[in-house]
Design a protein around this ligand. Structure first.
Ligand code: ZN
Ligand code: ZN
Length: 424
């Protein structure tokens, strides 16, 4: 690197700094609070896996695998990839650790960075974060309803409003082939108007045409066959039960028959949460059932359902409704003289021990500059300690918001904190 170059984060990757970080922490705290109420436990798979873990779960002929994965050879010549999504690793962990031997259902949540080499654009990053859940060992529509309900609770807890739930069923291995066939038929007649990618998809994975974002492909979808008309009896019953249960627990939803996942492992229920503010293209969360994936990883036949929440989008929505309050120190300790400096350290430690945030002035600074810094930090109280205060075993205090002043004995420090300051 030459001297006129500067170090920069990689394109599409961002530093998450205060005050934004407090929004992130709020979301993460909501996940840790809500998901366990439904019996979900945290799981932390590695960020890097053998590339085959992702090609197996996501499918060879998907944009993610074909174009967007960060894939490298490691020093042993193995092809490894940064995870582009969370489900594959969780399923791999479920099978590898024989978690299917534990009582069903097994429920997990995760949160962390994912990586896709996409063209960076507003709101999309190459390192992005997802919080998600996966539930293994139940095929009941009640489970789908519960997972959707939990997602709603989580988003509500974060304070998001104006969200809409969309659901659909994409059938099973019995009814999907018939649907695939009619989709292939429908688009074969319109082959020449498809984008080059979709022309290729027509033979490989025709359902992915329904996901294409290219304008002319979107237009051409008008009148395309809808999976809902092709569902077998079992899939239809499953979907009907899901709908009646969602209604029973008060989850408002709309059926979106166009919501068809291109990902190979999805079966039956799919769902998405969109926000009016971000537009329909930008789901804040998406999920569904994937009854075939565990078996594809060498495990026993295990029905499963899950979702993933796009953290950047939620952060974006929350930022629009206002910046978070920056935390401020409870106590700033200004001191005069060497003896008071040591005494201040001890007092700061007692304050922190009681669970409050204490900041200390700098040794070299004057009392005046201590006070200036306390002001800049918007500390709630300033404690002033000098020789006089050490001798009388008291602390002079000043409340910065209204300049009220007073004294308190050092022995009564904890009471002072409890009476005057709300703990974080
Ligand atoms: Zn079916
Ligand atoms: Zn297309």
């Amino acid at each position: 690197m030459s001297s006129d170059e500067r170090y920069q984060a990689l394109k599409g990757m961002q530093d998450i700094l205060p005050p934004d970080i407090y929004i992130w922490q709020k979301i993460e705290a909501a996940a840790r609070e809500i998901f366990p109420l439904f019996g979900f436990k945290e799981i932390r798979p590695p960020i890097v896996e053998l590339t085959s873990v992702f090609t197996r779960s996501i499918g060879e002929n998907t944009d993610i695998v074909e174009k967007e994965m960060y894939t490298f050879n490691d020093k042993a010549g193995r092809s490894i990839s940064l995870r582009p999504e969370g489900t594959a690793s969780v399923v791999r962990a479920y099978v590898e650790n024989h978690l299917h031997n534990l009582p069903s259902p097994q429920k997990f949540f995760y949160s962390g960075p994912m990586f896709r080499y996409e063209r960076p654009q507003s709101g999309r990053f190459r390192q992005f974060y997802q919080t998600g859940v996966e539930l293994f060992g139940s095929s009941s529509p009640k489970t789908d309803a519960e997972v959707i309900l939990m997602l709603g609770r989580f988003l509500e807890k974060i304070g998001l409003e104006g969200l809409s739930f969309q659901i659909n069923s994409i059938g099973c291995e019995k009814c999907r082939p018939g649907y695939k066939e009619s989709v292939t038929g429908f688009f074969s007649d319109r082959h020449d108007n498809l984008c080059p990618d979709c022309r290729r998809r027509l033979n490989l994975n025709p359902l992915r045409i329904l996901d294409c974002k290219v304008g002319r492909c979107v237009e051409m979808r008008n009148g395309a066959p809808q999976i809902i008309d092709y569902l077998c009896e079992d899939c239809k019953t499953h979907f009907d039960k899901l709908k009646s249960m969602l209604s029973a627990v008060g989850v408002k939803y709309t059926v979106n028959p166009e919501m068809v996942r291109g990902l190979d492992y999805y079966t039956r229920t799919t769902f998405e949460v969109t926000s009016g503010t971000l537009g329909a293209q930008n789901a804040v969360a998406a999920g569904g059932r994937y009854d075939k994936l565990v078996k594809a990883f060498g495990g026993p036949e295990t029905p499963a359902v899950g979702f993933a929440v796009g953290m950047e989008r939620i952060v974006e929505l929350l930022k629009r409704s206002g910046q978070p309050d920056l935390p401020v120190p409870d106590i700033f300790i200004a001191f005069i003289g060497d003896a008071a400096e040591t005494q201040s350290m001890l007092i700061a430690e007692r304050i922190r021990g009681a669970g409050y945030w204490a900041e200390l002035g700098d040794s070299e600074a004057s009392l005046k500059s201590h006070m200036r810094r306390a002001d800049r930090l918007s500390a709630k109280y300033v404690f002033i300690i000098g020789d006089e205060e050490i001798n009388s075993k008291t602390i002079k205090w000043k409340k910065l918001s209204d300049s009220e002043q007073g004294e308190t004995p050092i022995s009564g420090l904890t009471d002072f904190l409890l009476e005057n300051i709300t703990r974080h």
